[in-house]
Design a protein around this ligand. Structure first.
Ligand code: NAD
Length: 444
């Protein structure tokens, strides 16, 4: 099938590439000329494990190409995926400027007989509005489908290739798809069939339910994180150990282990934005989502947890302190720093006059773009430790999990670790002479 994907960011690139990998002929379209130039020269504007190899192969075999020219890109496509950014606006609701711009361009340029598939996360009702807008502005009969994306950065290729489920919202009337909606669903079912061979479900619902499903999924996951973070803080006060508690509850099949790791708060381009979007929808409809307001507040507070521990340890005078920071991306295996808790920590430490030596395997270029040379960027984890009075760990990259504590101690001026991801056994670290602070466990 011929496919266009508008927006070649994290979602668009993975979508375009994985669809090409299944034999489709895919054109990726973006308004950002630098991104398209990079892609055309064989480089990726983002880091996502496994993606570059797939892009290279599919470009070589002529199934994947890129253009800045929307008109040319969508021309021959039967399906047009929309994966443009929907960032948080000033009032907490998503800013849909990009989506409407794409919608209007499609109304103007579409040759007709196309299905517009919205992958961007958009407020409930948006797909129906888009369908109406296209109807008003185009002489062609363009179908719209909502197809929220559930991939996780860091394992996005695998998530796309082996989704837990595919959710599709199509034109709907009463309690079922309209005839046209059902036809659209069949086209998408066929497209996704290579990814669903292990009996993963393909769920056809109304556009509103599809849009809401994406928000509810992320809100549930964000709630789990804020819940365990709040319990971790309480454990610290009460003399309990959150890791032991986590094991105790995780073995309960009703609870499980996933997303119950305490830390320095969630970040990324999705959870904060999507929780805020639901809060905005709650306000707009007079049905406030008080639980999510608490989830958001807990998360905002949690981003300061490491700085609080650092200040407690050194006292209020931090000007003479040099701090190493491991992990800047909002999570491991990505270079994405949107809403990353590490940025909040850096800002607080810099404001307090702390000198910073930072390391992240992939995200340093993005941090440099944002804050320039206010910190020292170190190519290796150990070089960040040279002369440091302490180490703060914010992101749990695999390579931080089993360091040589003796080497670390030799490099550091003072052996202190503030571990925002509970990577180590307190006893192991203290045996090597470190003072060790972690989340929800007693200081040792
Ligand atoms: P991104 O910022 O990485 O990429 C968006 C791309 O869209 C950019 O390259 C931008 O230049 C392009 N774009 C914007 N307006 C355009 C236009 N008018 N014409 C052509 N290109 C345009 O964003 P992302 O992280 O890929 O997210 C995209 C959407 O998917 C968002 O709605 C997001 O909430 C949702 N989502 C993201 C993830 C994730 O993990 N990143 C997961 C699921 C869903």
């Amino acid at each position: 099938m011929r496919i266009a994907v508008i927006g070649t960011g994290y979602v668009g690139m993975v979508t375009a590439t994985c669809l090409a990998e299944c034999g489709n002929e895919v054109v990726g379209i973006d308004k950002d000329g630098d991104k398209i130039a990079m892609l055309e020269s064989g480089r990726l504007p983002i880091y996502e494990p496994g993606l570059l190899e797939l892009v290279e192969r599919n470009r070589r075999e002529g199934r994947l190409s890129f253009t800045i020219d929307l008109n040319k890109g969508i021309g021959p496509a039967r399906l047009v995926f929309v994966a443009v950014g929907t960032p948080q606006g000033a009032d907490g609701a998503p800013d849909l400027t990009n989506l409407w711009a794409v919608g209007d361009a499609l109304a103007e340029h579409s040759p007709g007989n196309q299905i517009i598939v919205v992958k961007s996360t958009v407020p409930v009702g948006t797909n129906r509005q888009l369908a109406q807008r296209l109807k008003q502005r185009s002489s062609h009969d363009l179908q719209v489908a909502s197809n929220p994306e559930f991939l996780k950065e860091g394992v996005a290729v695998d998530d796309f290739m082996r989704p837990d489920r595919v959710v599709v919202g199509v034109a709907w009337s009463g309690d079922r798809a309209t005839t046209q909606g059902a036809e659209v669903a069949e086209v998408l079912r066929e497209l996704y069939s290579p990814f669903l061979r292990t009996e993963r479900p393909f769920l056809v619902v109304s556009p509103e339910s599809a849009e809401m499903t994406k928000y509810v999924a992320n809100a549930m996951l964000a709630t789990k994180i804020s819940f365990i973070n709040e319990m971790a803080n309480l454990c610290e006060r009460l003399g309990a150990d959150i890791n032991e508690v986590r094991r105790g509850i995780g073995h309960d099949a009703r609870i499980g282990f996933q997303f119950l790791f305490p830390g320095a708060g969630y970040g990324g381009s999705c959870f904060p934005k999507d929780v805020n979007a639901l809060m905005a929808m709650g306000r707009q409809t007079g049905s406030p989502v008080t639980l999510l307001e608490a989830v958001n507040n807990v998360n905002e507070a949690q981003k300061h947890v490491l700085f609080r521990k650092i200040r407690q340890h050194y006292g209020h005078e931090l000007e003479d302190v040099t701090m190493a920071v491991w992990g800047l991306a909002f999570k491991p295996r990505t270079d994405d720093i949107r809403e990353a808790p590490a940025l909040v920590l850096l800002e607080e430490l810099l404001a307090a006059g702390v000198r910073l030596r930072v390391h992240d395997p992939e995200a340093m270029a993005n941090v440099r773009k944002m804050i320039g040379n206010k910190v020292i960027y170190c190519d290796r984890p150990y070089s960040a430790l040279e002369g440091a009075d302490g180490l703060a760990i914010v992101t749990e990259w695999q390579e931080f999990r089993n360091p040589d504590f003796d080497v670390m101690r030799r490099l550091m001026r003072h052996p202190v670790i503030f571990d925002g991801r509970n990577l180590y056994e307190p006893q192991t670290v203290t045996c090597h002479g470190f003072a060790y602070y972690s989340i929800g466990r007693q200081m040792s």
